[in-house]
Design a protein around this ligand. Sequence first.
Ligand SMILES: NC(=O)c1ccc[n+]([C@@H]2O[C@H](COP(=O)([O-])OP(=O)(O)OC[C@H]3O[C@@H](n4cnc5c(N)ncnc54)[C@H](OP(=O)(O)O)[C@@H]3O)[C@@H](O)[C@H]2O)c1
Length: 317
Amino acid sequence: MTDVGLGTWNIGGDWGDVSAEEGRETIRSALDAGVDFIDTADVYGDGFSEQRIAEVLDERGVRDEVTVATKAGRRLDPHTADRYNYDNLSEHVDRSREYLGTETLELLQLHCPPTDAYYQPETFDALSRLQDEGKVAHCGVSVERVEEALKAIEYPEIETVQIIFNMFRQRPAERFFEEAKRRDIGVIVRVPLASGLLTGKLSRDMEFPENDHRNFNIEGEAFDRGETFAGLPVDAGFDAVDELREHVPERMTMAQMALRWILDHDAVSTVIPGSTSPDHVRANAAVSEMAPLSNQVHGAVRDIYEEYVFEDVHHRW
Ligand SMILES: NC(=O)c1ccc[n+]([C@@H]2O[C@H](COP(=O)([O-])OP(=O)(O)OC[C@H]3O[C@@H](n4cnc5c(N)ncnc54)[C@H](OP(=O)(O)O)[C@@H]3O)[C@@H](O)[C@H]2O)c1
């Protein structure tokens, strides 16, 4: 698996309008750049993202060469822990199998379930049963909090954890990565660019479309606040980004520096930046071959985190 994958939340959901062809073009550009890991979820555009992935894999005839990870759970309404049971998950898995056009989902991740679900062995028994039935090959969880990750990997069914980790979200490295390595758990890093903040390309007066979560979820109105700008209040985020600018190595963009910073942590299996721009997808994939950042840059990033980010973020997730 390549260490830079592709996230596809913005193909069909919560990031403004993206057409089917734009979505397919993004996926094609990722495959052309050598990406062989794609993250999606049943709720991204209510299946829109899964369907676009299936179309491109078929068009290219590369189903066996690409791992697609999807997620289930967020279609539950109400979204409560007790509803993470076999009957519900099985129904959702069946729709993903249909949309992705596959008998067996390669990797099924529980999609940020409520914390109580991690203390409910029945949920994980359900995953085991789906594996026995051949509907799912491997299982993982996408978590909000570090402690949820630590709990989830107590269950033998769980082989991967998807977690937010970036220059503005450093706690997973302190509390979780060693344990993940010890247990040989795959670590999939999401929101690596803090929803675009860490590209250095956003400006303070920028306005986002109504159907973009960077407009409608700033205070966590629709889902966990931490999924938008990594949970950092935007003004503090822009102050930190201004400080980071002077540490971006030559021949790298800030987005590439942000991705390289993540890959410099050896517990990370893959990072899944989201994009709808083929140019960005190519630039992101190229980070795989770039040299690690210097200790000096790592030190500067830590200092900036402590000064601008720690208080608002560190203990919240
Ligand atoms: N609960 C969950 O399980 C969950 C939650 C959130 C995310 N995810 C997964 O993680 C993936 C990544 O997270 P995310 O999409 O929320 O945030 P992200 O990857 O941190 O940021 C995405 C933003 O960065 C921009 N971008 C990407 N590469 C760029 C580059 N090289 N230069 C400039 N801008 C660039 C994109 O704009 P352009 O389109 O212009 O490139 C987009 O606005 C998602 O797609 C999804 O697969 C999962």
